[in-house]
Design a protein around this ligand. Structure first.
Ligand SMILES: Cc1ncc(COP(=O)(O)O)c(C=O)c1O
Length: 395
């Protein structure tokens, strides 16, 4: 029975008010249904160039990857039905972790349910209430949420500016707790690359641990697609190299590569590792398949980057702003939320899918098209898309 003064719990006026605010700001969102994944898809019989998929190496339907997923499904079943520490760890989890560790150049690796969970499960183990985390201004939401979860004091520094980081580290020089620096190697929304060598030098100078999110550089940079930490030989300077199997690996799940001791500690205390069911066999099989493709075709990342360079040059020649993108992720800055949406919709009429990314995913006033180049896009496709984007934006 309702008590006097208690509001009606089924009254959803407040929900409608919140939704109205999103609508007013041009920030309405919905999960549109796509019939397929990947860079080239068919919708109602029409072939569409999809520049909003992170299937960078076009592996989501690669026969080796799907075969490996199917084999694991047949051998181990649809799910693991238990958490890793109970009875959910299968031989393929260990096989994948050993393989990831070897490829990344670390003693150990630990697989999580997603990239989000890898961050949420690792950062709070590295830093707690008495500690400091120094985060680049543009790190992914999963890292920021993990920082909040950790209870550590969060200090932000201007995106990719090493001097700004140094200033922050000096400012907190005398602070007692552990220090952790976090950044991404390839940034998810800007496609630019962190100055990892300089950041690693600062971490060493100031006695800080360093964690790099390689979500967008795995598969796309480095030997056998091992990422930028490996390419730059920074394995001994980077405490944790984190990644996800959901982008160039075309599957699902996340991981961290680190020392054996840190892995042990994560197994003991990472809540996102302990209190969840182990990732299903097909997902692990697909990840192994993707790593095998990386090894068999080590130049895929180079081809992808050459194509991305070409595409970027076409946009630059037309005077479009792609920030400091140096990877397969190419932002085209539009600014206004509504205009970004209108451009995205117009391109769809030309069978080109480019997601409009708006705040809060990107800073206010920087609404953009986020273009993901994938190996499904041939040079002709890139030229057609560049032409259409330039025409739509410039008129
Ligand atoms: C930089 C970065 N880190 C972490 C994640 C989370 O990975 P996942 O999608 O596997 O949860 C993403 C993407 O979603 C990302 O872009």
């Amino acid at each position: 029975m309702k008590q006097l003064g208690q509001s009606d719990p089924m009254d959803d006026t407040w929900i409608q008010q919140q939704l109205d605010i999103f609508a007013k700001q041009g920030l309405e969102r919905r999960a549109r249904v796509f019939p397929q994944a990947g860079g080239l898809i068919r919708i109602d019989g029409t072939e569409m160039l999809n520049f909003s998929s992170n299937d960078y190496l076009d592996l989501a339907r690669h026969p080796h990857v799907t075969d490996r997923a199917r084999q694991a499904l047949d051998e181990f079943g649809s799910g693991t039905t238990a958490s890793r520490l109970v009875s959910g760890t299968l031989p393929i989890h260990e096989e994948l972790e050993n393989r990831l560790a070897k490829e990344k150049g670390y003693e150990s690796a630990l697989v999580f349910g997603s990239g989000y969970m890898a961050n949420a499960g690792t950062i709070p183990v590295l830093a707690g209430r008495d500690d400091l985390i120094f985060a680049d201004k543009l790190v992914h939401a999963s890292m920021i949420d993990a920082c909040k979860l950790s209870g550590a004091k969060l200090v932000r520094w201007t995106h990719n500016e090493v001097q700004a980081l140094e200033k922050r580290l000096e400012q907190y020089e005398s602070s007692k707790g552990r220090k952790l620096i976090i950044t991404e190697s390839v940034f998810s929304m800007d496609g630019d690359i962190a100055p990892l060598k300089e950041i690693a030098a600062l971490a060493e100078k100031h006695g800080a641990m360093l964690m790099i999110d390689e979500a967008h550089s795995t598969g796309t940079f480095g030997p056998n697609g091992a990422g930028l930490v490996r390419e730059l030989g920074l394995e001994n300077a980077v405490t944790v190299s984190m990644g996800t199997m959901s982008k160039a690996m075309a599957g699902f799940g996340g991981y961290v590569a680190c020392s054996s001791n840190l892995r042990k500690l994560l197994v003991h205390s990472s809540r996102a590792f302990i209190y969840t069911t182990a990732p299903p066999p097909a997902v692990i099989g697909a990840a192994l398949g993707a790593l095998e493709v990386f090894e068999a075709s080590p130049r895929l990342g180079n081809i992808l980057q050459a194509n991305a360079d070409y595409f970027r040059s076409l946009l630059h020649d037309a005077g479009l702003d792609t920030l400091d993108s140096r990877s397969q992720i190419i932002p085209v800055i539009i600014g206004d939320n509504e205009k970004a949406l209108a451009v995205s919709q117009k391109l769809r009429e030309e069978n080109i899918i480019c997601a409009a990314i708006r705040p809060p995913t990107v800073p206010t006033g920087t609404a953009r098209l986020r273009i993901s180049i994938t190996l499904a896009h041939l040079v002709d496709d890139l030229e057609r898309a560049a032409k259409a984007i330039i025409k739509t934006i410039k008129g």
